[in-house]
Design a protein around this ligand. Structure first.
Ligand code: SF4
Length: 212
């Protein structure tokens, strides 16, 4: 059994891959078998675009549709583009009669997609995505490497900063986020976000399972 979509608040999240270029020490996927004691997010098989659209059902019930995980969604760039493009063509998607009924489409990402793909993928998201939330996660490369353990080593942090800058050119709303860990200087991270001219959000974590 696997859940391709799950509800948090008034948003529908899409679990499209378990692959990731990080091994974050705080990642919930290593701690909880069931997300929110309810959703089986470890995938037996990555869903196709058609399976994802089926799992969404009626999108007008939600404020946002969020590409997310247990994993890094932009590893499945073509699927993200395909599903998002379907939303942008209401005629292809029965329940979306007018653009006014469209939910906002968001991506939650670790910001390493340009490293993964070896090119700037952000222009490809222009006109498809309303909001991108990029995990900044630390105030410097050393700490980022220590807690996020990227496959790209210390090179990753600079790439994430560059990804945030580049995202502003193509996506209307950009935010940087950090997990509320004691080791992270949230004030310093907020200043980085402010200097980059993007929003800032602190994400909560499961204290009882946090290890470092
Ligand atoms: S980037 Fe996200 S999915 Fe990947 S290991 Fe870190 S918390 Fe988990």
């Amino acid at each position: 059994m696997q859940d391709i979509s799950y509800i948090v608040g008034d948003s529908l999240y899409l679990n499209i891959t378990n692959r990731c270029t990080n091994e974050c020490s705080f990642c919930i996927r290593n701690k909880a078998k069931l997300f929110n004691k309810k959703y089986a997010l470890w995938l037996e098989q990555e869903p196709s675009a058609q399976e994802i659209l089926k799992a969404i059902g009626d999108p007008t019930k939600y404020q946002q549709i969020v590409f997310c995980g247990y994993g890094e969604p932009l590893i499945r760039l073509d699927v993200v583009k395909n599903v998002a493009a379907t939303f942008r063509s209401p005629k292809k998607y029965g329940s979306l009669k007018t653009s006014a009924t469209l939910p906002k489409i968001r991506i939650d990402t670790n910001g390493q997609a340009n490293l993964f793909w070896g090119r700037n993928i952000l222009p490809e998201l222009k006109g498809l995505i309303n909001i991108i939330s990029i995990s900044l996660d630390a105030e410097n490369a050393e700490l980022y490497d220590r807690i996020c353990r990227s496959h790209y080593g210390q090179e990753a942090y600079a790439a994430v900063i560059e990804f945030i800058k580049e995202a502003k050119k193509y996506i209307p709303e950009v935010e940087a986020s950090v997990v509320d860990l004691p080791v992270v200087d949230k004030k310093a991270c907020k200043k980085i976000a402010d200097d980059l001219g993007v929003g800032f959000r602190i994400r909560s974590y499961y204290k009882e399972t946090y290890v470092r």
